[in-house]
Design a protein around this ligand. Structure first.
Ligand code: FES
Length: 102
């Protein structure tokens, strides 16, 4: 359905998803980078630890909360990638603005 055109090469940036380098189209969201990386989760729920992936991709469902550049609880679907960005899976509940409570 959505095939890339072989004659079009959009600019890309390098980000790190769970420590692994990945080139993604400039302007893509951090959540899109996680999906491109093929991860099976971007966060785990605080109560049961169930894995979650981005769902709505428009800032509504909060299933894309992730640790981005060391800051927890970022809505990855509304954060555009930047060169060198580090995106990590968020495990359980985190305290906002302190980088994580453990
Ligand atoms: S995927 Fe729903 S808020 Fe980000």
């Amino acid at each position: 359905m959505f095939r890339p055109r072989p004659d079009v090469h959009p600019p890309t940036v390098e980000v790190f998803v769970e420590g692994a380098p990945l080139r993604v189209p400039a302007g893509a969201s951090a959540a899109a980078a996680v999906l491109l990386a093929g991860l099976f989760r971007i966060r785990e729920t605080p109560v049961s630890g169930a894995p979650r992936l981005p769902y709505c991709m428009m800032g509504v469902c909060f299933d894309c909360l992730a640790e981005i550049d060391g800051v927890a609880n970022r809505q990855a679907c509304v954060v555009p990638v930047a060169p060198g960005m580090r995106i990590r899976v968020q495990h359980g509940a985190r305290v906002a603005l302190d980088g994580g409570a453990g």
